[in-house]
Design a protein around this ligand. Structure first.
Ligand code: NAD
Ligand code: UD1
Length: 337
């Protein structure tokens, strides 16, 4: 089977290519490189020992997407392409709505016209807003998203669900990722944020390597064991494997399905900092700062549904996540540059 990965040059997509290859799938990558570079594809190609068909194109470009579907015999799509910086989405809402919504509209329409009705969508735990149930199950009602990025994820879940309802030949898997960190064990690919990182782990690794002076811990007065925010960090390689499990569900004609992809364990900011320092024997200077607007206290999932229905569960713990994040950063202090 040949799988189209939109946004496949990015952080999660590049790791997913490796898992797909291991499982015997062929891939095609379409990416406009707005938040990535082709070096990631070259490195994945070295890791798997074969060339990766890559098309530099914008998913919103109907003609370019049609050409991809004409050239390759695509069986299913994994739709990673999208803009993902929460703060930037607040400053540039139109750009975020336009890119994330239109890319999905064009992709799904192109798929339909070419008779391909299997899609896995990169959604996010952000759709739960401030979660009504902890640990979060898929039955937990969706909550209010405080930013345009999160709203695009929530709306696109609805769009794709409606497409599947209107035509039950579609198989649509919505994967709600918790907090992906870590990197491939080779240290050759990893997260490569532009500018100052928004997310915790790249900020920690850049502080440890000396690019940033200290980590700001956003609030220590939450209702959590040590007062800092609790999240469900998941190794990106485990997350990548979750996509293979989702493809198998598609092959079994799953219709519409929604899964949380997380470990089910909640770690606080200070838990992560402490684990990182201990595993890697490096210092991460930090100081407590005010809370970040829009943050919630606690977010971790119950991953039982993915285990029961997909046979998937996370294998790696927080130590491996910290070790592999550091292995990537110290070997590539400036990312892919
Ligand atoms: P990423 O930015 O590394 O990868 C996204 C890729 O999409 C990039 O390579 C970018 O160049 C490409 N892209 C964006 N718009 C495009 C367009 N119009 N046409 C073609 N390519 C386009 O992000 P990631 O961390 O790998 O995330 C992948 C997906 O998972 C995204 O949809 C993101 O919103 C979602 N997600 C990520 C996280 C996370 O913490 N990383 C959490 C939940 C959900
Ligand atoms: C953020 C996004 C979410 C997105 C997810 C994955 C916000 C409000 N939410 O989630 O929509 O799906 O990333 O990309 O941005 N922290 C610090 N110092 C830092 C950075 C983070 O203390 O420099 C803390 C945060 O307050 C939080 C935890 O670390 O408690 C994790 O933060 P982050 O990595 O940004 O992920 P989320 O906030 O869970």
């Amino acid at each position: 089977m040949q799988i189209l990965l939109t946004g496949g040059a990015g952080y999660i997509g590049s790791h997913t290519i490796i898992e797909l290859d291991k499982a015997g799938y062929d891939v095609v990558v379409v990416d406009n490189l707005v938040n990535s570079c082709e070096i990631s594809i070259q490195r994945v190609s070295e890791i798997i020992g074969k060339p990766i068909p890559f098309v530099k194109a914008d998913v919103r470009d109907t003609a370019a997407m049609d050409a991809v579907f004409k050239k390759f015999k695509i069986d299913a799509c994994i739709h990673f392409a999208g803009l993902k910086a929460v703060g930037e989405s607040v400053a540039k809402p139109l750009e975020y709505y336009e890119n994330n919504m239109n890319a999905t509209f064009v992709l799904v329409d192109t798929m339909r016209r070419n008779g391909v009705k299997n899609i896995i969508f990169s959604s996010s735990a952000t759709v739960y807003g401030n979660p009504a149930i902890i640990p979060i199950t898929e039955e937990c009602p969706k909550g209010e998203c405080t930013n345009p990025y999160g709203k695009t994820k929530s709306m696109l879940e609805e769009v794709l669900s409606d497409v599947q309802k209107a035509d039950p030949e579609w198989n649509v898997v919505l994967l709600r990722y918790f907090n992906p960190i870590g990197a491939h064990q080779s240290g050759r690919i990893g997260e490569n944020p532009n500018g100052i990182p928004n997310n915790l782990m790249p900020y920690i690794t850049q502080t440890a390597v000396g690019i940033r002076k200290e980590l700001g811990v956003f609030g220590n007065d939450y209702d959590t064991p040590d007062g800092t925010g609790v999240r469900d960090y998941i190794h990106v390689c485990d997350l990548a494997a979750g996509h293979v499990a989702a493809l198998k569900a598609i092959e079994r004609k799953c219709g519409l399905a929604i899964y949380n992809l997380g470990t089910g364990h909640g770690y606080s900011v200070l838990d992560v900092v402490n684990a990182f320092q201990k595993v890697n024997n490096v210092k991460v200077p930090y100081s407590i700062k005010p809370r970040r607007a829009g943050d919630i206290a606690t977010c971790y999932c119950n991953p039982a549904k993915a285990k029961a229905e997909l046979g998937w569960e996370a294998k790696y713990g927080i130590e491996e996540m910290c070790r592999d994040s550091w292995n990537w950063q110290k070997n590539n202090p400036e990312g892919y540059k």
